[in-house]
Each structure stands twice: as structure tokens, then as C-alpha cells.
Design a protein. Structure first.
Ligand code: DGL
Length: 263
């Protein structure tokens, strides 16, 4: 534990970089370390026990690297694992969940769409969120199997990816949703493509910024150590991680192979 204090961030793959981007904007001096568990992506079709096991494994690795706070930059892993992680590890965790509440507050049509993974939408955590906030409006829930996986392949203009977007956006457009929640951290990487499908009048909402705000609130360590750009680890394709990091403005981030227990 004598490594310099850092904020550990993880996701099933490259999606959490959209959260890392917000963290860096909010806390420019903080040391950030990121794990993309791409060898096990997508998480969205996996059982809870598997998600918990991966989350524990990555958390241990990040702690060994000096993490004093963990950001679970994955809606799916947050829903499945964060309460157990909090009970098991002695450091703060910040999770991410679909922005149902801000979306309902913003929707004039009182009809919001939610794009998320099947595992997030069926989770007890999400169901409770919905019960707490969606009483006065309609939420159109759209599971998006295959979409995060298509992002992991690295070509955001690929025809099969664009046809998935078309398929998943159609029910939201037909229902007249004026606000759409991007309930998976991979989807902000597709914001332009989703916007083109839904039309410019639809507001897209993700929750990376509130996560960054909450992280800054909980962070008890210096935010201006000698400057070091984020370190990104992956057990998947390093070129894809590098490309997505660039897309998220992280041109100076270093990319490393992460071979630790790729089971
Ligand atoms: N990025 C993740 C999320 O926020 C998981 C996507 C996946 O691997 O299915 O839900």
C-alpha cells in the first residue's frame, strides 16, 4: 500500500472511458487508473455471480496499484455488485446508474426512453430506481443486447452496429420519448449515431458528470500530485482501447496490457 494514492476506475471494457473523461475534467490533477475487462465483455448478458467475481478481482488489482477509491464505471456491474463490494472492501466505491430521475425532471412529454443492457434493466437495483421515480411518467425500457459488444470491436460506424442502433431506437421514437437515458457507459461513445437516429429534438442524458462530482466529494487525497496522465489497463485489444481513449480526449493516457488472471 505504499504506491501513490490513485482513483481506480473499471468497466467491462472501453465504455467507462466516458466516465474517466468526466473525472478528469472535474479533477484534472488526480491520479487515475483504469481497467477495461474487455476479455470478459460484454457484461450485459452475464449472471450476477460472474459480475461480482470479476468486480472483486479487478478491485483487488486496483487496490494493489494504490487505489483508495473505486469508481465502478459500469451500470451493469454497479447493479450486480456494488453493495457486496462495499461490504467486503474497506474503501469508498462510487457507482453509476441510469439517470431516470433527471430524465423525468426534464421530459416535457412525460415519456423517457432508457437504453441499457439486459442485466441492468432486470436488476433489482434498477427496478427499485424505477419504482422510486417513474410513478408520474412513462419509462420505455429498451434492452440493447450486442450494442456494447459492437463498440468493443472498435468500429463505431460498422453497418451491424448502426443497424442495432436503428433497431433499438425505433420503439423510443415511436413512443414519442423526448428524453433518452444512455444507461450503459458504452453508449455515450455512440451519442452522435443515436442522436441521428432519434432526431435533434430528443435530449440524450448520461450520468458521467454526477459520478465525477460524487467522486470529487469523497476523495480525501491530494488532487495535484506530480502530474501523471491516466494509466489504462486492458486484457483485450490495446489498439481499440487507445482509439477510444483518443475519442474521449485522453491523448496522453498510457495503455498497458493487463494479463492478471484473465480467467
Ligand atoms: N458499460 C457497461 C454498462 O455501463 C457494460 C456493457 C456491457 O459490457 O454489456 O452497463
Amino acid at each position: 500500500m505504499n504506491k501513490p494514492a490513485c482513483i481506480g476506475v473499471f468497466d467491462s471494457g472501453v465504455g467507462g472511458l466516458t466516465v474517466l473523461r468526466a473525472l478528469r475534467t472535474r479533477m484534472p490533477g488526480a491520479r487515475l487508473m483504469y481497467v477495461a475487462d474487455s476479455a470478459h465483455a460484454p457484461y450485459g448478458d452475464r449472471p450476477d455471480a460472474f459480475l461480482l467475481e470479476r468486480s472483486r478481482h479487478i478491485t483487488r488489482f486496483l487496490i494493489e496499484q494504490g487505489a483508495r477509491l473505486i469508481v465502478v464505471a459500469c451500470n451493469t456491474a454497479t447493479a450486480a455488485a456494488i453493495s457486496t463490494l462495499r461490504a467486503q472492501f474497506d474503501l469508498p466505491f462510487v457507482g453509476i446508474e441510469p439517470g431516470i430521475k433527471p430524465a423525468l425532471a426534464r421530459s416535457q412529454a412525460r415519456r423517457v426512453g432508457v437504453l441499457a443492457t439486459p442485466a441492468t434493466l432486470r436488476s433489482a437495483k434498477f427496478r427499485a430506481l424505477l419504482r422510486a421515480h417513474a410513478a408520474s411518467a412513462e419509462a420505455v425500457l429498451q434492452p440493447c443486447p450486442g450494442l456494447a459488444d459492437a463498440v468493443e470491436r472498435g468500429d463505431l460506424k460498422a453497418p451491424d452496429l448502426l443497424s442495432l442502433i436503428r433497431r433499438y431506437c425505433a420503439p423510443l421514437r415511436e413512443a414519442g420519448c423526448d428524453t433518452v437515458v444512455l444507461g450503459c457507459t458504452h453508449y455515450p461513445l455512440l451519442a452522435e449515431q443515436i442522436q441521428a437516429e432519434l432526431g435533434p429534438q430528443v435530449h440524450l442524458l448520461d450520468t458521467a458528470e454526477p459520478v465525477a462530482r460524487q467522486t470529487a466529494r469523497l476523495w480525501r487525497h491530494p488532487v495535484d500530485p506530480p502530474f501523471e496522465p491516466p494509466r489504462l489497463y486492458t486484457n483485450g485489444d490495446m489498439a481499440v482501447l487507445r482509439r477510444m481513449a483518443h475519442l474521449c480526449g485522453q491523448h496522453d493516457a498510457s495503455v498497458h496490457e493487463w494479463a492478471a488472471n484473465p480467467s
